[in-house]
Ligand binder design. Structure first.
Ligand code: AMP
Length: 225
């Protein structure tokens, strides 16, 4: 199953993608996590993208597109598949992805759009904390790590992302509306867009999507959890 998760920052795409990785063995490819890793590790790519990220702007298409295409599992035609989280975010990224998958003889099965209320987004982003080493997401109130400032899953530090500060949150929502929301029409026209309520808890969303994908014959019963 080859999925794209589409929605504004704070819609819950990353948390659900992680759950799908654990339970359905999909490869979770998060463009934001990969770019943050590049900045943290001070790679050449990291040096080129860090100012855009700090400002809450999209990084130039060629930099992110190549990075993601390299991460999509080569055996995604027959293997367990993947979920792309945070990519594509522009028309050009979407078209490049389609071309690359077509070259490999495959295509995206479904695009899941997380329709989410503005108040929920602000609450989630303002309280969001993230492990700097493994990218695991936490929330200051709803889901704090067991030991303050330390990841439950690895020894990494749990911090607030620089772009989760209030001014940058507002800017990123604007960038999303202008540059990414138009992709909804692109995928709606292909007939592969499905809409979920991003305000719901991650477990509820997982159950809903699992039922939907079973109905649509994308998931077979004995294989999933
Ligand atoms: P995210 O964690 O998905 O919110 O991404 C954090 C930041 O990484 C964004 O604000 C952008 O600066 C950059 N970024 C992530 N994915 C993309 C993408 N597909 N295209 C351009 N920039 C991206």
């Amino acid at each position: 199953m080859r999925l794209i998760f589409l929605g504004p920052p704070g819609a819950g795409k990353g948390s659900l993608a992680e759950m799908m990785r654990e339970r359905l063995k999909l490869t979770h490819v998060s463009s934001g996590n990969l770019l943050r890793d590049a900045v943290r590790d001070e790679t050449k790519l990291g040096a080129r993208v860090q100012d855009y990220m700090k400002r809450g702007e999209l990084v130039p298409d060629p930099l992110v597109t190549q990075m993601i295409l390299n991460r999509i599992p080569a055996d995604s035609l027959n293997g367990d598949g993947f979920v792309l989280d945070g990519f594509p975010r522009t028309q050009s990224q979407a078209e490049e992805l389609d071309r690359e998958l077509a070259r490999r003889g495959t295509a995206v099965d479904r695009v899941v759009y997380f329709e989410t209320s503005p108040e929920i987004i602000v609450h989630r982003l303002a309280g969001r904390r993230v492990c700097q080493s493994c990218g695991m997401n936490y929330h200051e109130q709803n889901h704090p790590p067991a030991k303050e400032g330390k990841c439950d899953r690895c020894p990494g530090p749990v911090i607030q992302r620089e772009d989760d500060k209030p001014e940058t949150i507002v800017k990123r929502q604007g960038v999303y509306r202008r540059q990414t929301e138009p992709l909804l029409d692109y995928y709606r026209q292909k007939g592969i867009l499905r809409v979920v309520n991003g305000d719901l808890a991650v477990e509820t969303l997982y159950q809903q999507l699992r039922s939907l994908f079973r109905q649509e014959k994308l998931l077979r019963r004995p294989l999933d959890g």
